[in-house]
Structure formats: structure tokens, C-alpha cells
Design a protein around this ligand. Structure first.
Ligand SMILES: [Ca+2]
Length: 144
């Protein structure tokens, strides 16, 4: 089936749905989709999942989402392989492109996912998790 596409990551966020009929029906079996998000040269791509429901498996061998730092599916650039119902952490590319892959096998389908993507400026807004860590360390130092 035809799915995925090439997307421009801009300051205004865009959204990726696992399939066009998201919320009406589960995703399709035997899908292999690739969404390539591209930011302006010198900028990165930020990706945040808002909903995430894929077939559950401890090693995500049946249905999975993979996210890569850069526009190609290279093992050394893999941020992670995700499945089940746990929303992945927010991801930020070091390259100007990011690749999102969806693979589904021939049985057991779930609701799918919604992801938000946008351009990320290096040295600009940092992911929420990292900011909190920095604040914690500073608080500890001040107390001692
Ligand atoms: Ca499946």
C-alpha cells in the first residue's frame, strides 16, 4: 500500500497519522510506510507522539515504529524501535532530516499513532525532560 511521504519541518507543527482513517479504524496489516521530515539546513527536526497504540510484543517484532536521525534507515542512526501502548519520548535530530518508519505484519492491528513534528533550532527550545534534569542538579548544588 502507498503511505508515508516527504514533509517539510517548519516552525508551525505538522502532524503525522499512522493511517488516513485514524480514530475510525485500526491501521492496516502489511504496511511499510516511511515519512521523511526535512528541516532547513542547519536546523533539526523535533518529533513528539501524542497517541501511540501498536501491537504489543516485548521485542516489537510484529508491528513497530522506528525513528532515525537523518533521512535514511541506517542502524547506527536508529533512535529506537517502538511498539505497544507506551508513548515514546520526544526525539530531536542532530541532522536536518528525520525518518519515521511504520511496519505492520499480517495479523493483529491496533489504533495507531499521531505524531507532531516541527523544526528545531539548535540552542533553542530544549526537550522538557532535559530542562527538568538541569533544574534538579542546580537545586541540589544550591542546597549544599
Ligand atoms: Ca500486527
Amino acid at each position: 500500500m502507498r503511505c508515508g511521504g516527504e514533509l517539510e519541518a517548519e516552525r508551525t507543527a505538522g502532524y503525522i497519522y499512522s493511517h488516513a482513517s485514524y480514530s475510525d479504524s485500526n491501521y492496516r496489516p502489511t504496511a511499510d510506510c516511511q515519512w521523511k521530515m526535512k528541516a532547513t539546513s542547519g536546523k533539526g527536526v523535533r518529533l513528539k507522539f501524542h497517541a501511540f497504540h501498536l501491537e504489543t510484543d516485548s521485542s516489537c517484532q510484529y508491528d513497530y515504529v522506528e525513528v532515525y536521525d537523518g533521512g535514511e534507515a541506517k542502524d547506527e542512526k536508529l533512535f529506537g524501535r517502538f511498539c505497544s501502548d507506551t508513548i515514546p519520548d520526544e526525539l530531536i535530530s542532530t541532522e536536518s532530516e528525520m525518518l519515521l518508519v511504520l511496519h505492520t505484519d499480517d495479523s493483529v492491528e491496533e489504533k495507531g499513532f499521531v505524531a507532531e513534528y516541527a523544526e528545531w533550532t539548535k540552542g533553542g527550545k530544549r526537550p522538557i525532560g532535559r530542562v527538568k534534569e538541569t533544574i534538579k542538579r542546580t537545586d541540589i548544588l544550591n542546597k549544599e
